[in-house]
Design a binder for this molecule. Structure first.
Ligand SMILES: [Zn+2]
Ligand SMILES: [Zn+2]
Ligand SMILES: [Zn+2]
Length: 318
């Protein structure tokens, strides 16, 4: 009844696991260094131009820096093994990290919208557009490269925090592209309202991505079922149990960030020896774990057909 644990103990796997964790932390350090560079570039561009769109972009960078600090802290924490205080491990901090990041982004969006409207109403102009556009262009290229690198590393190492951070960095590239477009339109048309207009568009885009992160965080913290995982899990269980003359019910599963915890009842023929039932149950656990694309731990509850309803009379989830 402990199939999930048996398969994780081999020494080669442990070493690969440690290497993957080190690679994830190294990717996060790259992200942190790049965030400092981004902030400096954007503050420089804002000081040169006085653009509302670039200010919005820079404000987003401040939030981004805070978020990356928090994300690298929670990455290190989430890698700590389970202990007496946290017997299910520490990986749920990833969902808190995404929630804080999302909340900070929402606050930045409100600030940018406010600043854009203020500049629009007061009719303030922008200057030094050429230098501002070059700096913003450099920021876009750096963010594109970093974002793609983080998304790839997150997928390869299967680390949620890296993927979330990579998506955030790519969103920032779109934000900077918006600021660049605002400046370009100002140069082309000579109309001053392009800049605050793009400032507002940037605020809307940031609002959207911040909301997505908050939503993802709540989904994870509330153990919302992933329909795709549920379907695959039911199929794998049906296949492995029917092949061994067993049926299952009362299936539950929750995602703790890097590991899915599954519990399920297995119904055996009457009169089976506990030794044989345990052997079959362990086979089923291992086969299902091997068949699933996500990492899992399965706990089974062993029952016999004839007396199931009598034994569980009055239990709501028997
Ligand atoms: Zn066992
Ligand atoms: Zn039972
Ligand atoms: Zn049952």
């Amino acid at each position: 009844m402990d199939g999930g644990f048996h398969s994780l103990g081999d020494a080669g796997g442990m070493m690969k696991h440690a290497q993957a964790q080190a690679a994830a932390r190294s990717a996060m350090r790259w992200s942190l260094s790049a965030s400092f560079l981004m902030l400096a570039l954007k503050l420089g561009a804002w000081a040169l131009t006085g653009s509302a769109a670039i200010l919005g972009d820079a404000a987003e960078s401040v939030v981004h820096l805070a978020a990356v600090f928090f994300a690298s802290f929670s990455l290190a924490l989430s890698q700590r093994p389970p202990d007496a205080n946290h017997p299910y491990g520490h990986s749920k901090v990833a969902f808190i990290s995404a929630g804080v990041e999302g909340a900070l982004i929402l606050a930045a969006a409100v600030f940018i919208a406010f600043e854009s409207v203020r500049r629009w109403v007061s009719g303030l102009g922008v200057v030094n557009l050429d230098q501002g556009m070059v700096l913003t262009g450099v920021a876009i290229l750096v963010n594109l490269a970093l974002g793609l690198f983080l998304m790839r590393a997150g997928r390869r190492l299967d680390v949620f925090i890296l993927r979330a951070n990579g998506r955030h960095v790519l969103t920032d590239a779109w934000t900077s592209l918006g600021a660049l477009a605002g400046l370009a339109m100002t140069v082309l048309t000579g109309s001053l309202w392009w800049d605050p207009l793009f400032g507002l568009l940037i605020a809307a885009n940031i609002l959207f991505s911040g909301w997505g992160l908050v939503r993802e965080s709540v989904t994870g913290l509330m153990d919302e079922a992933d329909p795709a995982v549920a379907r695959q899990l039911e199929q794998a269980l049906a296949h492995e149990t029917s092949a061994r003359g067993v049926s299952f019910h009362a299936l539950r599963h929750r995602n703790s960030g890097h590991l899915h915890h599954v519990d399920v009842h297995l119904l055996f023929p009457d009169g089976i020896l506990l030794r044989d039932a345990h052997r079959r149950a362990t086979e089923i656990e291992r086969a299902v774990i091997a068949a699933m694309p996500v990492k899992m731990q399965i706990i089974t509850h062993l029952e016999t057909c004839g007396d199931h309803d009598k034994v569980h009379a009055g239990d709501p989830d028997a």
